[in-house]
Design a protein around this ligand. Structure first.
Ligand code: KMH
Ligand code: ZN
Length: 280
């Protein structure tokens, strides 16, 4: 399959940990709201959901029960691939960042380096990344490396080559977070360069260059693009998105405009080597 034939996996990140209802009133908080939102996003073309959870008042949370409830509600009604964050929020200790794994999602993110996240330190030392990988292996949860800078890509690829990060290598390249790599064509080249052949790589971008970066990556053969309130609450400059599903529909339209076909959930499961989990 050549790059132009590779179906694009659309991921939605509906909640994150930093965005609030003051930024966009449609932000989902509870597991029920998150699930409802994710189902609408699946209808709009998303094949993966990247999940953080919140308390009812919107506070970022690490409570296992909230992850379990969100994932159960999603799985009851859709085969969409579920992924939990182990990035959590900047103030969360590592144990708390890892609780989503216990909900036995299909996939989990794993950070492969440290950085400043805006004004805050966002630290994942190699031993932390290995802890996430180990627990994910025990629970048979697949992994996607979350890479915010070139050094994170290099470190993640080393982990993969040493067999610490299991195959297949799934990499999400994140652009434009203050403290991480910038959102520019040169940065995309630099982030792609260390990736071994066969990596399934996707792109996330925040800030005013978001759509341009997604388009650029689609033209460079990206296997996936990510949108959702975690990454941006605007549809266009000055126009708030009505919902996460509206952002997904827009991303689908962007891929199609560039003659890239969007992956169905079944295709995404195959591309990401992510079979439906058999409950134990
Ligand atoms: N909330 C950020 C500090 C991830 O989910 O992997 C980290 C984050 C990244 O959202
Ligand atoms: Zn996240």
């Amino acid at each position: 399959m050549t790059w132009d034939e590779l179906p694009v996996v659309v991921t939605v990140a509906p909640t994150g940990a930093e965005v609030t209802r003051a930024d966009n009133p449609a932000l989902p908080h509870t597991p029920a709201e998150i699930a409802e939102d994710v189902l609408a996003c699946a209808e709009a073309g998303a094949a993966v959901c990247h999940l953080h959870v919140r308390e009812e008042d919107g506070a970022p949370s690490s409570r296992r029960e909230l992850f379990v409830e969100a994932i159960e509600r999603i799985r009851e009604r859709s085969p969409i691939i579920t992924m939990v964050s182990t990035g959590g929020a900047v103030w969360m200790p590592m144990e708390e960042r890892m609780t989503g794994l216990e909900a036995e999602p299909d996939l989990a993110g794993v950070e492969t380096g440290s950085m400043n996240f805006g004004e805050d330190p966002f630290v994942t030392v190699p031993a932390d990344a290995r802890r996430v990988v180990e627990r994910a292996r025990e629970l048979d949860v697949g992994l996607e490396a979350e890479m915010f800078d070139v050094g994170h890509v290099v470190a993640g690829v080393r982990m993969f080559e040493r067999g610490e990060l299991p195959a297949p290598l799934r990499a999400n390249l994140v652009f434009g977070v203050p403290g991480g790599v910038d959102a520019s064509p040169e940065a995309l080249d630099a982030m792609m360069r260390p990736l071994p052949l066969g990596t399934h790589w996707s792109i996330t971008a925040v800030g005013r260059h978001q759509r341009r970066m997604l388009a650029l990556a689609l033209l460079h053969g990206a296997g996936g693009i990510r949108v959702g309130f975690e990454d941006g609450v605007y549809l266009r400059r000055g126009v708030l998105a009505a919902s996460n599903a509206e952002l997904v529909a827009d991303a689908v339209g962007l891929a199609q405009t560039l003659d890239r076909r969007v992956a169905t959930i079944d295709e995404a499961r195959e591309l990401l080597a992510c079979p439906v989990r058999v409950s134990r």
